[in-house]
Design a protein around this ligand. Structure first.
Ligand SMILES: NC(=O)c1ccc[n+]([C@@H]2O[C@H](COP(=O)([O-])OP(=O)(O)OC[C@H]3O[C@@H](n4cnc5c(N)ncnc54)[C@H](O)[C@@H]3O)[C@@H](O)[C@H]2O)c1
Length: 283
């Protein structure tokens, strides 16, 4: 029996190879969970360009790779987390196809707009906050409604909401004003939702990874290299020097934390913001 046997999970922003969402979906599917991989699917506007997002073709490729080792079903759905209609449709389709919803991982996020705070435009601020904070709010709101409905119908085992925050939810780095603000806000959202949803046996937790070289992480490395005047190797040495465990994070480190929080072993854990940072972040 897998640790998530019989459960159904939606993971947002999981349609990119090497992304945290892909690693989480793979881990969950390997533990018997039915997994719905969702992503925006197509470029949208000046920031969500093809090199920054999971296209529907890449999402299908991610799903095909995961199906090879999955012990549960693996579906894909287009869902722009800025759209309440998309979120409602995604949850309704999941329940229609898989019968229920137990776990949501709010993983979709953007962190590639890097510039000094005084140069940040309102439009840049809004898109980061919309994806990174408004999206998880809307997803949690509608997912919780479904989980409560299941409980009232006698099919409930509560539920699990896991928000992928960041080290940027605890500490500040320069040039990331909207990202850092959104991730700090995500911890607040996590705590309020945990307090309100506890009576329904729905736990709400955040995971706070430090740097991982995903597509987004690679952009951040390139930018840090420019700011620090270092090549890629120099950026990694700079990062590693601050990490007690002496290596940068892997997508699997975050996926393992999510698996724990989604599992029965974490039934009494809620409102946490768990660092996954090799000891770099300590509060
Ligand atoms: N990589 C890191 O170092 C790191 C560290 C801490 C936290 N995180 C967080 O982890 C999460 C995943 O990031 P990643 O590093 O795997 O990057 P990634 O770019 O691989 O994944 C982010 C995903 O979000 C999706 N997305 C963007 N806008 C969307 C929208 N409007 N609707 C739906 N999906 C949308 C993208 O298509 C992409 O697939 C993000 O929330 C990020 O902030 C990453």
């Amino acid at each position: 029996m897998g640790r998530l046997q019989g459960k159904v999970a939606i993971i947002t922003g999981a349609g990119r190879h090497k992304g945290l969402g892909e690693a989480i979906a793979k881990k969950f599917a390997g533990e018997g969970c039915d997994v719905v991989i969702t992503d925006i699917g197509a470029p949208s506007g000046p920031h969500l360009s093809a090199d920054n997002i999971g296209t529907s073709a890449e999402m299908e490729s991610v799903a095909a790779g995961i199906r090879e080792h999955a012990k549960g079903k693996v579906l894909t759905m287009i869902c722009d987390v800025r759209s309440e209609d998309d979120i409602k449709r995604c949850i309704a389709d999941t329940v229609a196809k898989l019968g229920r919803l137990d776990i949501v991982v709010n993983n979709a996020g953007i962190g590639f707009i890097m510039k000094p705070m005084m140069e940040f435009s309102i439009e840049e601020w809004d898109i980061v906050l919309d994806v990174n904070l408004r999206g998880p709010f809307l997803f949690t709101k509608h997912a919780a409604a479904q989980m409560v409905k299941q409980a009232e119908a006698g099919q409930g085992q509560g539920g699990r909401i896991i928000n992928i925050a960041s080290q940027a939810a605890k500490s500040a780095s320069p040039q990331l004003v909207a990202y850092t603000s959104s991730k700090h806000g995500l911890i607040g959202l996590t705590r309020v939702c945990a307090v309100e949803l506890g009576k329904h046996n729905i736990t709400v937790n955040a995971v706070c990874p430090n740097h991982v070289t995903t597509g987004l992480g690679a952009k951040q490395n390139a930018f840090r290299g420019q700011v620090l005047g270092k090549d890629l190797e120099g950026v990694f040495e700079f990062r590693k020097a601050k990490i007690p465990l002496g290596r940068v994070g892997l997508a699997d480190d975050t996926a393992n934390a999510c698996l724990f929080l989604a599992s029965d072993e974490a039934a009494y854990i809620t409102a946490e913001a768990m660092n996954v940072s090799g000891g770099e972040e300590m509060h």
